[in-house]
Design a protein around this ligand. Structure first.
Ligand SMILES: [Zn+2]
Length: 301
């Protein structure tokens, strides 16, 4: 690879797909945004269109594509995405064949973790947990300089049970962390408790700041459940830093301060991790897709 190598980085999101042309110095040269179609065939075709557009006037050295759900990076297989409609889809091979450019497949949250670690809020740390809180909750872990994949199964912290008889979760279980602490759950629980419909968790935060006791209750329950899961992460993996991302990280210290206090109350001898806000915003996964492609160029697998 030479310094001029350009890669296409593509973050296939649940609703929108974000793509960028990125060089070896991680500079972004061109961006593309498309609505995400449903199904593996349509996503492979969309990726081919984007690669053709980004590679129209420059040669591409590789393509990095990240998707949600269960992803096995080593085999390039997207094992499951209910929202995007595939199971055991051989995406890396199909995209390589369709685009004519070697394509590497990754997981959106683990790619986001990689980007925050190399370029963002976790730069300089060795033991990292990256946890975006949005519609759902998932984690990307870095330990000893490696992103932990669990063959595609690692990081599903959103489905740790926090309320044994709690609300049904999209996964089929009950009382998962996502049903209490996700941005969607905070808005839904506030609406259910008060009869006043709110559509975003940041509205709940605004009501909390304004002194609304119902907002304070919903927020505290969300913080408490999240802190209990964080304590499990601390006991299991010993991160130096926890980077909180996703839409809810926009609440900043209104989220992080109570979380720090609650987590500190759950720990005794353990190393208390730094809790910080993600710095790459909604670009993390796309930049991570670019890093995935650049790393694979550097160290062919
Ligand atoms: Zn669940």
């Amino acid at each position: 690879m030479n310094a001029g190598s350009l890669v296409a980085a593509i973050d296939v999101g649940g609703t929108f797909t974000k793509a960028a042309l990125i060089d070896a110095g991680h500079r972004v040269h061109q961006t593309v945004r498309r609505p995400t179609p449903y199904g593996a065939d349509a996503v492979v075709a969309m990726v081919a269109d984007i690669v053709a557009e980004l590679g129209a006037s420059v040669p591409l050295a590789a393509v990095g594509v990240v998707v949600p759900g269960l992803v096995d990076e080593a085999t390039g297989v997207a094992k499951l995405s209910v929202n995007l409609g595939w199971r055991d889809a051989d995406l890396a091979a199909r995209m390589t064949a369709k685009t004519g450019v070697q394509t590497f497949l990754g997981h959106d949250v683990r790619a986001g973790a990689l980007a925050e670690w190399e370029l963002g809020a976790a730069k300089g740390f060795h033991e990292v947990a990256f946890i975006p809180i949005g519609t759902g909750i998932a984690a990307g872990f870095i330990s000893g300089g490696r992103v932990l994949t669990g063959d595609g199964y690692a990081g599903e912290v959103g489905h740790i049970t926090v309320e044994p008889d709690g609300e049904p979760c999209t996964c089929g279980n009950r009382g998962c962390l996502e049903t209490v602490s996700s941005a969607r759950a905070l808005a839904r629980r506030y609406s259910a408790l008060t009869g006043t419909e709110v559509t975003t968790a940041l509205e709940v935060r605004d009501r909390l700041v304004a002194g609304d006791p119902a907002a304070a209750k919903v927020w505290a329950d969300g913080v408490d459940a999240f802190a209990r899961v964080l304590a499990m992460v601390v006991n299991t993996l010993g991160p130096e830093v926890v980077v909180v991302g996703g839409g809810l990280s926009g609440a900043g210290d209104d989220l992080l301060d109570p979380l720090r206090a609650r987590l500190a109350g759950l720990l005794t001898f353990q190393r208390v991790p730094k809790l910080v806000q993600a710095s790459l915003g909604d670009q993390a996964a796309c930049l991570g897709a670019g890093l995935l492609a650049l790393h694979n160029l550097r160290e062919p697998t």
